[in-house]
Write a protein that binds this ligand. Structure first.
Ligand SMILES: [Zn+2]
Length: 550
């Protein structure tokens, strides 16, 4: 009865605009993010390269907390080392991460300016500092209106082994590209007086090496370009306001991107959602006049997969605006709720990169996108709805809507044959209470899948922390009148409660849940990255997927 009522209201609410079952494969429209920055690597002496700005990396090789900083350049170029030597000796530059020192008209160097960038302690150095420092170079150059720059490749052999671990040259090249592209992104798309400060060319310079190392560096740089652009594509989606990026528009932009990179994309709306009996997804969308979008992306490797090969499914929460529904949110900071589709954006961005990196594994992405609005037709606390899996859900709070759309997305992925599931969602405020705004939350029912994800973090540089998701927490979601309820019986451990809810729908299939509510948006600009959408999870998901490649 309840189900029939709901179907009717949902259909009628869509009478105004009716893209009921739509393929947008050929509907090319601006994807909102197109950059033509010319990022390349050249094998030559950096001191002899003509550029308005040449950047070189520095680390602090002092050991122990009491020692005065001892900055050293990561270059084998004597000209660069000589130009910076007096300033490094003076003590005014300490090589802290992100610290800069600008020298004009340096002697014996062709570039007009030499910028020294700190990367922090040599003993603590990882690829992530390279990524950030490359970002600092780009944001420094943008602020000085110097759109053409060069970067001297950080050479670990400039220091003896006791100071630092070696930096693999392919990952270093990749991190430079990622860091440069991530830094070259700002959020002021809609300002009439917007100044386009984008970088035009960034040339990475490495002295001639053996052919194999050169090929590795080139390949790393190429990968970094694909991944950096894909992360920015995700960020550009998250940055869009809710009135512009409706679920339909998210479908359109995703389809346009898929057409560009050669992915299959289907965009469905309410009729298909009802046909699939996605009762949880349908309940969330029914309070909004904007039609929902069920977006399905498929990547197939060039070589056909063998029998029993994995099919990875990425499932994204795509709430393009979350008011909380009838359990409405307070007014303060509600504007930020345009970001409630950051999980969907992460999956779409990851798929963009996967299409270009071409791992030998099948990948599927399912995006459940709609608005969560208060309305006479909206779902209400106390309602009982039936998810696609057949489970009944008592609604305790309509603001816990992300887990509802994901429940149907996860189940749908399984019906399509998914062997491994991963979801990403700005799911709970509680994750920020638990972990602060630095680490995102990771929950799983499978330690092998988890370990692969944790391994991916050393390459991606992203921070995720595993939290428990064991069955003794299941008490939290027990309902008096239905199979489960959508929020916990107590306010404690809210992020775990949400994960336990999703676990019901993952079942026995290996599954990872990423709660990125605290990390998908940066409130303050960093020296290497603008404030606004971060694109968190894109890089880690890519690496995790690649770990399954045959
Ligand atoms: Zn919500």
């Amino acid at each position: 009865m309840c189900h029939l009522d709901r179907s009717r209201t949902v259909s009628s609410s869509c009478a105004v605009e009716r893209p009921v079952f739509v393929f947008f494969l050929l509907a090319a429209r601006s994807s909102g993010y197109h950059r033509a920055v010319n990022l390349k690597i050249q094998f030559q002496d950096s001191a002899a390269f003509a550029a308005p700005l040449l950047a070189v990396f520095a680390v602090d090789i002092a050991t122990g907390d009491d020692h005065a900083p001892s900055p050293a350049l990561l270059t084998t170029s004597d000209a660069l080392a000589n130009a910076a030597a007096p300033w490094l000796a003076s003590g005014e530059f300490k090589a802290k991460l992100g610290e800069t020192l600008l020298l004009h008209s340096p002697a014996d160097i062709t570039a007009q300016r030499l910028l020294v960038i700190g990367m922090g302690r040599a003993s603590m150095l990882s690829i992530d500092e390279v990524r950030k420092a490359a970002g600092v170079v780009v944001r420094f150059a943008r602020a000085c209106s110097l759109p053409d720059l060069a970067i001297a490749f950080p050479e670990d052999k400039a220091l003896s082994d006791e100071h630092m671990d070696s930096l693999p040259c392919n990952l270093t090249a990749r991190a430079i590209a990622e860091g440069a592209l991530i830094a070259d992104f700002d959020i002021d798309f809609y300002r009439s007086d917007r100044k386009d400060q984008s970088i035009h060319t960034a040339t990475v310079l490495h002295i001639e090496a053996d052919k194999m190392s050169e090929a590795e560096m080139q390949a790393g740089l190429d990968e970094g370009i694909m991944i950096g652009h894909s992360q920015n594509f995700a960020r550009s989606l998250v940055n869009e306001p809710g009135n512009i990026l409706t679920p339909t528009e998210l479908g359109r932009r995703t389809a346009a991107m898929c057409a560009d990179v050669g992915l299959t994309c289907e965009v469905h709306s309410i009729d298909r959602i009802l046909e699939l009996k996605m009762g949880a997804f349908a309940a969330v969308t029914q309070g909004s006049p904007a039609p929902p979008a069920l977006i399905v992306l498929r990547y197939e490797p060039d070589t056909p997969p063998t029998e029993g090969a994995p099919l990875i499914a990425l499932v994204g929460k795509g709430i393009t605006f979350d008011t909380g529904g009838i359990s409405i949110k307070p007014a303060a900071d509600m504007d930020k709720m345009k970001y409630d589709m950051a999980g969907a954006a992460a999956m779409i961005g990851a798929m963009r990169a996967i299409a270009q990196l071409k791992p030998a594994v099948r990948v599927l992405a399912i995006i459940c996108s709609c608005e969560n609005m208060p309305d006479g037709r909206a779902f209400k606390p106390g309602d009982v709805i039936t998810a696609m899996s057949g489970k009944t859900i008592e609604i305790m709070n309509t603001d816990a809507e992300g887990r509802l759309v994901l429940a149907d997305g996860l189940h749908y992925a399984k019906t399509l044959g998914a062997t491994h599931l991963i979801d990403a969602a700005t799911l709970t405020g509680a994750i920020g209470v638990a972990l602060g705004l630095l680490n995102a939350g990771l929950f799983s029912n499978d330690q092998d899948a988890t370990q692969r994800f944790l391994n991916a973090l050393s390459t991606s540089g992203e921070k995720f922390w595993q939290l428990p998701c064991t069955d003794d927490y299941r008490e939290q979601i027990k309902s008096q009148i239905a199979d489960i309820m959508n929020t916990g019986g107590s306010r404690y451990g809210g992020a775990i409660t949400a994960a336990m809810f999703l676990k019901e729908f993952a079942g026995d299939t290996p599954w990872i849940h990423l709660d990125i509510a605290g990390t998908a948006w940066l409130d303050d600009t960093k020296p290497w990255q603008s404030k606004g959408p971060t694109g968190i999870a894109v890089r880690s998901i890519i690496e995790w997927v690649r770990s399954y490649a045959g």
